[in-house]
Design a protein around this ligand. Structure first.
Ligand code: BG6
Length: 449
């Protein structure tokens, strides 16, 4: 394989600084891509690579007690900036020439071109169109798109139509970095290779499934993004619905990328539209000052309740919850099993972060003459078990999989549309009004303060 070229639109943005550049640093530090891999950072204004890297905390993961100077140098050498005005066709011709020059540096001249859109969806249109019109959509080109993919069903449909005009579905990688997290990966392995649980995976045995991603941080200066997005679009439409789907979708013995997408889509399309009456939203105190909008109705906390149309999941409650400025950073999926006695139920938890692992909560007899019961857990902790193993961060995985053309961990157009359709009634009910919006003190759970 010739060394690829990664062209990043939005290289100076928040996502790039928080996730992408640190992930790239790790990739270069561990030499996970061919040495001649190039990164082109696109920006409207002149951009100095040294200054950009100097403004980013690259060594953010626990494994980086010490920053690797060789890794930083390799990243610096690979990265160049390119000034481009998104709506100026001539700039894309210059970009094409630069890519042709870089292609010629390799023996076969056959580099893959990965265009990474680390920009809001309303900025896609001129760029995707111009790439297509400039012929930068040939079979070596891939388009990586960040979430949220649209703002609602109609805008997602429009985006799909736009992207389809120039790129095939095989060239498009819609990123959901939660799917690339280790425990999310392990979910499929767990389900596939531990058939003792498969006969319990239905409404006869499961009472409810909760998918929760809470954060301690606030919006960290992303006022413009968050005012347009809110918690429902930011995490539930993408990360949490995808996690729910991989937890519950049908599995077949041969889980190829195509098969994963087929069964995931099938599961998502049968989810019933969310009932706004059962949805809850909140906004943390101080948010309005932070975004400088006294009337903001953007939710920083959202909780929805879903049901599924398939007989297998009749009557099972699916609860999805997320929010910022909450008491803790935690992402987990909990399966609550039904109980036949007066005790609380058994549950099985897939903890995605911070301490990745799987926990089965059991009821046992407490020692002594009385027949008292206790909850106890069978616990599997990734960090403890694989303390000496290098863990691959989600964004590293996303980038490496896109280079390897493995689409398993990305979302298909049909999946994205299905998730918007599920949420549309709540989006409509919450639009431009603050009815039911709970204002909660930072560091507390709305409704529980
Ligand atoms: C992003 C959201 O997709 O995920 C952010 O846009 C959020 O608002 C982030 O903070 C959380 O990701 P992680 O990997 O830190 O849990």
């Amino acid at each position: 394989m010739d060394a690829p070229i990664l062209i990043i639109f939005g290289i100076t943005g928040d996502l790039s600084k928080r996730k992408l550049l640190p992930a790239l640093y790790h990739i270069f530090s561990q030499q996970l891509l061919p040495p001649d891999t190039k990164i082109i950072g696109i920006s409207r204004r002149p951009l100095n690579v040294d200054e950009l890297l100097g403004s980013v905390e690259l060594c953010v993961l626990e494994k980086d007690n010490v920053c690797d100077p060789a890794g930083i140098k390799r990243l610096k050498d690979a990265l160049e900036s390119f000034q481009l005005e998104p709506s100026t066709a001539a700039d894309y011709e210059r970009l094409k020439q630069r890519l042709t020059q870089l292609d010629a540096e390799t023996t076969t001249g056959n580099r893959e071109h990965l265009f990474y859109m680390s920009i809001p969806p309303d900025a896609y249109k001129p760029i995707v169109t111009a790439l297509g019109e400039a012929g930068l959509n040939d079979r070596r080109s891939r388009l990586l798109l960040e979430k949220p993919f649209g703002y609602d069903t109609a805008s997602a449909e429009n985006l799909i139509e736009l992207v389809d005009r120039y790129f095939t579905e095989e060239q498009v990688y819609r990123i959901d970095h939660y799917l690339a997290k280790e425990t999310a990966q392990n979910l499929l392995t767990f389900r596939l290779y531990n058939p003792i649980f498969s006969s319990l995976w239905n409404a006869e045995h499961i009472e409810r499934v909760e998918v929760r991603a809470t954060e301690k941080i606030g919006i960290e200066g992303r006022a413009e993004f968050y005012e347009q997005t809110g918690a429902l679009r930011d995490l539930i439409q993408s990360h949490l619905l995808q996690l729910l789907a991989i937890t519950l979708m049908d599995l077949t013995a041969d889980m190829t990328s195509a098969e994963i997408h087929r069964t995931k889509q099938y599961f998502l399309e049968q989810l019933l539209p969310a009932d706004p009456q059962l949805a809850l939203r909140g906004q943390y105190e101080g948010y309005r000052q932070e975004v400088n909008n006294d009337n903001s109705t953007s939710e920083t906390y959202a909780r929805i309740h879903l049901r599924h149309g398939a007989e297998r999941w009749q009557g099972v409650d699916f609860i999805l919850e997320t929010g910022k400025a909450l008491p803790e950073k935690l992402t987990e999926i909990t399966i609550h099993f039904k109980t036949t006695h007066n005790h609380s139920s058994n549950n099985l938890t897939f903890q995605v972060q911070p301490d990745e692992g799987i926990k089965l909560d059991l009821i046992v007899k407490a020692p002594g003459l009385e027949n008292e019961t206790r909850h106890t857990a069978l616990d599997f902790d990734y960090q403890k078990l694989y303390a000496d193993t290098q863990h691959i961060d989600a964004y590293e995985r996303v980038l490496l999989d896109a280079v390897r053309a493995d689409q398993s961990l990305f979302s298909s157009d049909a999946e994205v549309l299905a998730t918007w359709r599920v949420l549309q009634p709540v989006l409509d009910a919450w639009k431009d009004n603050s009815s039911g919006l709970l204002i909660y003190p930072q560091g507390t759970l709305p409704g529980k303060a």
